[in-house]
Write a protein that binds this ligand. Structure first.
Ligand code: HEC
Ligand code: HEC
Length: 326
């Protein structure tokens, strides 16, 4: 009995001493502002479930501050902020904000976020099905996507008719290569349209095409990483609103490519990036490193091999792990 008490006393002593050993203080409790350009409901949900690890305002429970729990909490916060910090929201342009929302929602659907180890102890951070629906409806307004069979063939053929930016160009070899030495690929119009996104960024309509290798990879679920030889083309037109309120493609803006070759393009994340602008297909960029801009904006999806459009994203309406669980 006395021995038991001794052990308990020693443990208590060790525990108490341990409390002097704290992780280096990180910046807590500077309240994060509400997210701009986001409905207040969405803002509240993210604040409640994500801000503890993904912003400068941290709301710790008493048990989070006890050694050794505080070390775990600390590393979550540090890594979480590094990956995504909602306190820096206003430094992102609108399109990048949409990209972050889009990606975050996919993390939630996959059940990866918020971290399970966290919601186990902080049940109020769990997302209920109503919150999921709110987020889903919001994300849908950012990226109205349709999978291939549903891609409106009317809008594609209309777009294609206006497209042919190179109609006047009979010899494609005259189109200058991009500064990183990628040649224009006129064939993309015969590729499969794998997605349209007409509301991601107001005022433009986009179609994303995949070449045979990309489409085969989708069918075989070999999309992370994408196989060498996969190519995506993304075309964009100004959006024209017709008298009857329907939208149709107006002036051609640009076409962009991502070409997968893990060796050749090792220094640019395994992809060759190129963009040609306007009717005369002028290569985009002022220097060879123009692709840093592409990579930076695509980096929220780096764990998806830098590609936004993926079968998971495409199936955003059908893919719903949560409704199965609840
Ligand atoms: C307990 C802390 C914690 C909470 C709460 C949390 N996250 Fe995270 N999150 C992390 C950590 C740690 C990482 C970085 C490591 C990783 O990717 O797993 C991360 C990474 C991410 C990433 C980037 C992943 C990548 O591929 O780079 C996204 C997006 C994200 N979280 C979204 C969310 C959203 C949305 C919520 C709220 C619904 C949320 N997180 C809640 C800790 C958290
Ligand atoms: C401001 C952010 C941003 C920048 C900068 C950017 N992209 Fe993208 N890109 C996106 C988003 C978001 C998508 C997803 C499709 C959509 O909804 O428009 C995308 C999609 C693509 C796609 C279709 C494949 C995929 O990932 O879904 C290609 C190809 C592409 N971008 C090429 C480029 C190239 C080349 C550059 C640089 C010259 C570039 N992008 C710069 C945001 C960006």
């Amino acid at each position: 009995m006395r021995k038991g008490l001794m052990i308990l006393a020693v443990l208590l002593f060790v525990f108490t001493v341990l409390q002097f050993w704290k992780p280096k203080e990180i910046q807590y409790s500077s309240p994060a502002k509400n997210l701009t350009n986001v409905p207040s409901e969405v803002n509240t949900i993210l604040r409640n479930s994500c801000f503890d690890c993904h912003s400068n305002s941290v709301n710790l429970a008493w048990f989070d501050k006890i050694t050794p729990a505080n070390f775990i909490v600390d590393s979550h916060i540090k890594d979480g902020r590094k990956a995504l910090n909602f306190s820096n929201w206003d430094t992102l342009d609108k399109q990048k904000q949409s990209a972050v929302m889009f990606y975050s929602f996919n993390k939630i659907l996959l059940g990866e976020m918020p971290l399970l180890s966290y919601t186990a102890l902080h049940p109020s951070a769990k997302l209920d099905s109503r919150s999921i629906t709110v987020l889903k409806n919001y994300v849908k307004t950012l990226a109205a996507r349709k999978t291939n069979p549903e891609v409106s063939s009317v809008s594609i053929s209309k777009a294609d008719a206006v497209h042919h930016p190179d109609k006047k160009i009979t010899d494609y070899k005259k189109v200058k290569p991009s500064l990183n030495k990628i040649s224009y690929i006129p064939d993309f119009r015969s590729w499969k349209a794998i997605s349209t996104t007409d509301r991601f960024d107001n005022g433009s309509m986009r179609i994303i095409y995949g070449n045979k290798t990309a489409v085969k990879a989708i069918a075989e679920h070999q999309t992370n990483p994408w196989p060498d030889g996969a190519i995506f083309a993304k075309t964009a037109w100004k959006q024209k609103t017709e008298a009857d309120g329907s939208v149709s493609p107006g002036e051609f803006i640009q076409v962009e490519f991502m070409i997968k070759d893990s060796k050749k393009y090792e220094s640019s994340k395994g992809w060759g990036w190129a963009r040609w602008k306007g009717k005369d297909l002028k290569p985009y960029g002022d220097s060879v490193s123009f692709d840093q801009e592409c990579i930076s904006c695509h980096s929220p999806v780096k764990n998806n091999d830098y590609v936004f459009t993926s079968p998971l994203h495409l199936d955003i309406n059908k893919f719903n792990i949560y409704s199965k669980n609840q």
